[in-house]
Design a protein around this ligand. Sequence first.
Ligand code: CIZ
Ligand code: SF4
Length: 319
Amino acid sequence: PERKAELIAKIKRLLIEKDAVLVAHYYTSDDLQALAEETGGCVSDSLEMARFGNKQTAKTLVVAGVKFMGETAKILNPEKRILMPTLEATCSLDLGCPVDEFSAFCDAHPEYTVVVYANTSAAVKARADWVVTSSIAVDVAEHLAAQGKKIIWAPDKHLGNYVQKVTGADMLLWDGACIVHEEFKARGVLDLKQVYPDAGVLVHPESPESVVAIADAVGSTSQLIKASQTLPNPRFIVATDRGIFYKMKHASPHKEFIEAPTAGNGATCRSCAHCPWMAMNELENLAHVLETGSQEVFVEPSLIPKALIPLQRMLDFAN
Ligand code: CIZ
Ligand code: SF4
């Protein structure tokens, strides 16, 4: 604990010294989320992270999250220095959508509008007409469907399937998934509901259809946090990364939050509801990058203006 307090004090000092601001995702550790809050940074989902970084005057943004979030910050703020606690933190959705294959897929369906999730590389964004996050996925699909547009949706097939159901849009889905959300099991959630009949079920739409089907609320991380405050249940079974409990508990200290089971037998798995890449963000490596300036995010300069177009379209639409 002494070492941790020292590290936190050091990071606070370095953030000021280096004119840096910390932006942390809801899925990072409680320590990092608290640090971001205490130092004038922000804790949020990927949409808010992008918006927040865009408004900062600090010369350096430190993005505690995964690689696509650092890249998005760089594309929106090419003049700023973007650091991450580690550049190794990636995402199974990003990995599962290599640009060459994706481009060929888009080329084969030229009449489709290309919509990609924020969880993609800069190169994939550069090939897209729209970028979306889960907070506005449904709204964007509705908007496009109303214009009679057909949609290529990548990379998350579960989110795509959900959006297709809700909006009725004509969508062609890429076959990608999040390794964390894909593991949640409807059987396990139903078994847990037997034990806690008063529990509400909160589900991120990156989860399988069978889990989404038994949810009391389906939505992005920020939407699920809101639902945990407004729904009357005294406890919730939550199918998303458990990092989100930090904000949920803060907003509703009297409520109980339970990880949705990842095994079919109703037993909760203590390590499954947490993204291994988000977990690579630590106080130690954060202090190190602030001190040394290592782990800086670079995006191929020719990609920046191309990837900015669909990203800016998303931000303008969301406003
Ligand atoms: O699963 C993720 O990586 C999410 C929910 C990102 C975000 O904040 O949209
Ligand atoms: Fe990617 Fe899933 Fe981790 Fe989010 S939780 S960064 S979607 S692997």
